[in-house]
Design a protein. Structure first.
Length: 172
């Protein structure tokens, strides 16, 4: 019985240490060229396109582009545009430019900013790919789009990361 208690105690300590190390690996992205910031849950996410005064687009990859790609964009929308209208406009562009584009489920989303998530699939380079775009409204006419894409199975395994980054997204 004593061995079982020690084993449970050891297991509990291991789980706690693992959770602490995961939390310790998060870091915040912020840049003077943009008016937003967010937390990245893993050091594997690397900044590949740095925002500038001319272009506020930032881009991150998770290992390589097929394993995970994040593009952050700011778009201006009509004052009375609904999230459904904004996502439908975005989907129209994808139908033209992404082979095998298939619309998925649209979900409401809440973090520091409220919005919606658009899920879809497409084919690139003969590989089944997925997209998960977070549309986060920060004002009457401003929407930030966090565009995550990767191979289908890879994006599914990054779902905790994509949700965490989007929940922590904030405007300065």
């Amino acid at each position: 019985m004593r061995t079982i208690k020690l084993s449970l105690l050891g297991l509990s300590m291991l789980i706690f240490a693992s959770a602490a190390s995961v939390l310790a690996q998060t870091w915040s992205f912020s840049d003077p060229s943009v008016d937003y910031s967010f937390d990245l849950p893993d050091a594997t996410w690397k900044l590949t396109v740095k925002p500038t005064a001319a272009s506020t687009k930032s881009e991150f990859v998770y290992g390589d582009r097929r394993s995970g790609l994040l593009e952050v964009r700011q778009i201006t929308v009509a004052k009375d545009a609904s999230m459904t209208d904004i996502i439908n406009d975005d989907e129209q562009k994808h139908r033209q430019f992404l082979p095998g584009y298939v619309t998925g489920k649209i979900e409401t989303f809440g973090g520091r900013l409220k919005g919606a998530v658009s899920n879809f699939e497409y084919v690139a380079g003969g590989r089944n790919m997925s997209g998960r775009y977070y549309f986060l409204r920060s004002g009457e006419t401003t929407v930030y789009v966090l565009r995550f894409s990767a191979e289908k199975d890879a994006l599914r395994s990054l779902r905790v990361h994509t949700d965490q980054m989007s929940r922590t997204f904030r405007v300065k």
